[in-house]
Design a protein around this ligand. Structure first.
Ligand code: GTP
Ligand code: NA
Ligand code: MG
Length: 290
């Protein structure tokens, strides 16, 4: 396997926090979109991955659901990211999924940047939020700690630029690199069976360049990339490290959280996939009989 030169790559930033604290609204503000308005019941139910340009550099954002039912998605989000932005509504304060998000970030050894949101509200109390977070080891820089905390209003577009600036600085400190050389590798964020297009997987590339025609295996699923679709729904020829992209061409729906990797030949991907399939089946049989 050729060892490529390490190159700068875009930071992957996962936005986490309690339900309705304003994660999607914040990303809408950053991307100048309105995803919140299209969500059923205003509840995020999947992982969204987007790129935004900040100071001419790309930042990849992953939106996660705050509803308590989606623990696995939050764990996955924390697992693929370089930085967690923890959104805490200044009126509501620290809540159960705020604490859960802190735990996921700590388990994944990922730095946390706190976005204290909804400061436009009359009952907003950012100091109380800082006090509460301090009890979980997140002490603001202003109080002698080392956690970056930014007060903002996603609704009124206050402080959002501050947050972006802090993220870019932190990304530089982290010196994030990858290589575009060698076989592509990455993680499946989510996947589903599309009636028209077959298995569709949203992946994030971590290393190498994923291309149309690449042979892939992810868990028991394998296939040759038929098409790559970017977040805007446009077909693209390739996806570099830190880029989220939809992959068409898998034999079956891969599991969210699975790693994917490229193989030289499709037959190798198929072989690895069917070996895993078999192992999964055997494990199922022995669980039944045991
Ligand atoms: P889940 O994904 O379901 O966990 O929610 P979320 O954290 O993505 O929250 P979302 O962005 O859907 O916002 C929830 C509600 O809070 C919406 O009605 C937003 O318009 C509102 N909201 C978000 N940010 C702000 C803010 O800065 N100020 C005020 N007043 N309301 C906000
Ligand atoms: Na919501
Ligand atoms: Mg949301």
């Amino acid at each position: 396997v050729p060892q490529g030169e390490a190159e700068w790559r875009a930071p992957v930033v996962t936005v986490m926090g309690h339900v309705d604290h304003g994660k999607t609204k914040l990303l809408d503000r950053i991307r100048e979109t309105n995803v919140v308005a299209k969500e059923a019941g205003g509840i995020t139910q999947h992982i969204g991955a987007y790129r935004a340009q900040v100071d001419n550099k790309f930042v990849t954002f992953i939106d996660t659901p705050g509803h308590e039912a989606f623990t696995a998605m939050r764990a996955r989000g924390a697992g693929v990211t370089d930085i967690v932005v923890l959104v805490v509504a200044a009126d509501d304060g620290v809540m159960p999924q705020t604490i859960e998000a802190i735990d996921h970030a700590k388990a994944a050894h990922v730095p946390i940047v706190v976005a204290i949101n909804k400061i436009d509200r009359a009952d907003a109390d950012p100091n109380r939020v800082m006090q509460q977070l301090s009890e979980y080891g997140l002490v603001p820089e202003a109080w002698g700690g080392d956690t970056i905390m930014v007060e903002l209003s996603a609704l009124q577009n206050l402080g959002v630029d501050d947050l972006l600036e802090q993220l870019v600085v932190l990304a530089e400190v982290l010196e994030l690199t990858s290589t575009k050389v060698g076989r592509a590798k990455g993680v499946v964020l989510e996947a589903n069976l599309d009636p028209g297009r077959g298995p569709v997987a949203t992946v994030i590339v971590k290393q190498g360049v994923l291309r149309v025609g690449s042979n892939l295996v992810a868990g028991p699923a394998f296939g040759r990339v038929k098409a790559l679709i970017d977040e805007a729904g446009n077909p693209v020829h390739e996806a570099e490290p830190s880029t989220p992209v939809q992959v068409l061409g898998f034999s079956e729906v891969p599991s969210a959280g699975d790693e994917f990797r490229e193989t030289a030949e499709l037959s190798v991907a198929r072989q690895i996939g069917s070996m895993r399939e078999q192992r999964i089946r055997l494990a199922g049989l022995s669980a039944q009989s045991g």
